[in-house]
Design a protein around this ligand. Sequence first.
Ligand SMILES: Cc1ncc(COP(=O)(O)O)c(C=O)c1O
Length: 412
Amino acid sequence: MDVFNKCTVNMGPLGQYADQTEGYFMFPKLEGEIGNKMLFRGKERLIWSLNNYLGLANHPEVRKADAEAAAKYGMAYPMGARMMSGQTDYHEQLERELAAFVGKESSYLLNYGYQGMVSVINSMVDRKDVIVYDSEAHACIIDGMRLHFGKRFVYPHNNIENLEIQLRRAKKMTEQTGGGILVITEGVYGMSGDLGKLKDIVALKEKYDFRLLVDDAHGFGTMGPTGAGTDEHFGVQKDVDLYFGTFAKSMAGIGGFIAGEKKVIKYLMYNMRSQIFAKSLPMPMVIGALKRMELLRTQPEHREKLWTIVNALQKGLTDAGLDIGNTESPVTPVMLSGGVGEATQITFDLRENYNIFCSIVSYPVVPKGVILLRLIPTAVHTLEDVKYTIKAFKEVKEKLLNKEYSTEMAEV
Ligand SMILES: Cc1ncc(COP(=O)(O)O)c(C=O)c1O
């Protein structure tokens, strides 16, 4: 059998819809300056699907810093992996600033959040150790665990009672193997917007003696009094042993970091294969990230504006009778009932008739019968945008209840 057979026979859970969806629901092209309004298929739409939470993507100081660094250094410098030939003072400066911002001793840059997380997990555990993780963990956490030779126990999303059961099992096992326990949760869950129950989790540390790794991709820059993250929000920064952030969201860039105790970060520097055997972040990304960090620290107005929009949107949607689940973060899911066909019809209606662009999620990412439309408010949205969107969603829900959407996939 040719290994390429699957490319035509079984395109996979998402690929099976490629013919009907490509270019519209999947791989859509958003054009123009990143902001609240962008072009989709040549027409201006109100965009609610970018994680540009603080609006930094197009901040003039950020654009200037990025451009000047690119002009000065090009995109190539430094060449090679950090360990071999890719080290610079700027990389180290950014690491010091990130560590200070999130309240840790030390941090290390990751050339992509995803690969970085895979290697953080892979480096921190060996076959004697046990991983305990939340069932809704991001793909990068799952992939990190796939490299783990030891046991792993999952607890249902945010179910602390069950987490304790898994910790009991893990403790029993590590008492035999002589290993340790690593618990992994997210700070903000990126689909539902609810928060990992960090307070409840850290309360179990004394009894079960584990280390805690928090993926705070959506919380870094958005959560906590200074934007330092979900652990700052809960007041448990010192109990989070390893804090992971990405530059792909609030920082509007590329890359990420892991922060923690100095000796642990040093160990990771010498052991994370995806960093040892891959190129260092190019200088414009690093200098650009330093500028973004400066704005995070000195211009709280972006986070304040973000939360003004978040609160107005979430309150407005709820008041209009829409179900936004248990979100406590900027991520705003709108839950409706229906199949994949109706999900595509609703999205088509929103895009074509209301000029609203948001992401849809349906089965198998969410349970059968649930349609999740995900809105990402940002500091560059306006209260007018919010008002318009709430009205549109109210109308869409009414149409759905009146069975005005067909159950066939929308033709695009
Ligand atoms: C929860 C979470 N973790 C990790 C990542 C991966 O980060 P990156 O885009 O920097 O690879 C993402 C997505 O960006 C994410 O949402």
